[in-house]
Ligand binder design. Structure first.
Ligand SMILES: [Ca+2]
Ligand SMILES: [Ca+2]
Length: 293
């Protein structure tokens, strides 16, 4: 798999005005393109306007197998126009890798709900700090459910693989390991789960790049507030585990909430939660990514 970045691919569908910044969750196809590598046709997996950029296109192609030599010329054609020829070094192209992702719960009084992890290309993330959360993230942060955010990611062609830890919560002080498939330009990861008992706190690794060549990379996460529910700390508005609270999970209302994704202020003891027991110091999660070849 190879990601080709280009300009000047012409018309898009749906149409895009020149200079428009493409939204992160948008899927805007370019006109049909063809690619040859080493003179052989390469399967075009998708060709889109790059999310997070203006006037930049990206085309994902499968590299034909059995190319002779150490380099192969790459040519991209759109309509009647052909790109300049670029020589691709084909020796050592990865045929598929995995990331082993280990998450440590660094808190003393917060459990992580099932943890979602994804491998993806540049420009993908779970949220933008200072901006409103998507409803899919709201559901994860208020209820712990990963399915809506997983299906949102699954619709994004820049996402390579998505997994989660199933039904198992991660208690304070413990760790869990997930594995996601990856390859080539899909060298970023995102990881997230809710903290319970809270209203809408979560930890997240938000679209971080795993350095090329590095066998391991370590990331730390502070606790974020999804900004989608007021932090009343009342058990009536906080879901399980049953030994703490068993109140409401997701509610689409954002009345009285902070409004945007931001750093969480912590547990203050204003409702049913004991701050000495349930508050945390940041970081709340350590995430170590190991590249398996
Ligand atoms: Ca909140
Ligand atoms: Ca809400």
């Amino acid at each position: 798999m190879l990601l080709l970045y280009s300009t000047g691919l012409g018309l898009n569908s749906p149409g895009l005005q020149t200079g428009t910044l493409v939204a992160r969750d948008a899927r805007i196809d370019t006109q049909p393109v063809t690619v040859t590598i080493g003179g052989q046709p390469a399967e075009v997996i998708y060709s889109i306007a790059s999310p997070g950029f203006a006037g930049l296109f990206q085309t994902a192609v499968r590299v034909p197998s059995g190319l002779p030599g150490a380099t192969a010329p790459v040519v991209l054609r759109a309509g009647t126009a052909a790109s300049n020829t670029v020589n691709l070094a084909i020796a050592g192209i990865s045929q598929g890798e995995r990331f082993e992702i280990t998450v440590v719960n660094l808190t003393t009084g917060q459990t992580f709900t099932p943890i979602l992890a994804a491998s993806h290309g540049q420009g993908v993330g779970l949220f933008d700090e200072g901006q409103p959360a998507t409803q899919q993230l709201e559901i994860l942060a208020e209820d712990g459910a990963t399915a809506p955010l997983k299906s949102l990611l699954a619709g994004n062609p820049l996402v390579r693989d998505i997994t989660d830890t199933g039904m198992n919560p991660l208690p304070p002080g413990q760790s869990v390991t997930l594995t996601v498939r990856t390859e080539g330009a899909f060298d970023h990861i995102s990881v997230a789960a809710m903290l319970v008992p809270t209203n809408d706190a979560f930890f997240a690794i938000n679209g971080m790049r795993v350095p090329a060549g590095a066998d391991t990379a370590t990331f730390e996460s502070a606790a974020y507030d999804a900004g989608t529910e007021a932090n009343d700390e009342r058990c009536a508005s906080i879901p399980g585990p049953p030994n703490v609270c068993r109140g409401e999970g997701f509610n689409p209302s954002r009345a009285g909430a902070e409004g945007t994704v931001q750093m969480h202020g912590g547990i203050r003891g204003v409702g049913d939660l004991n701050a000495a027991e349930r508050n945390w110091r940041n970081p709340v999660a350590r995430v170590t990514v190991r590249r398996l070849r």
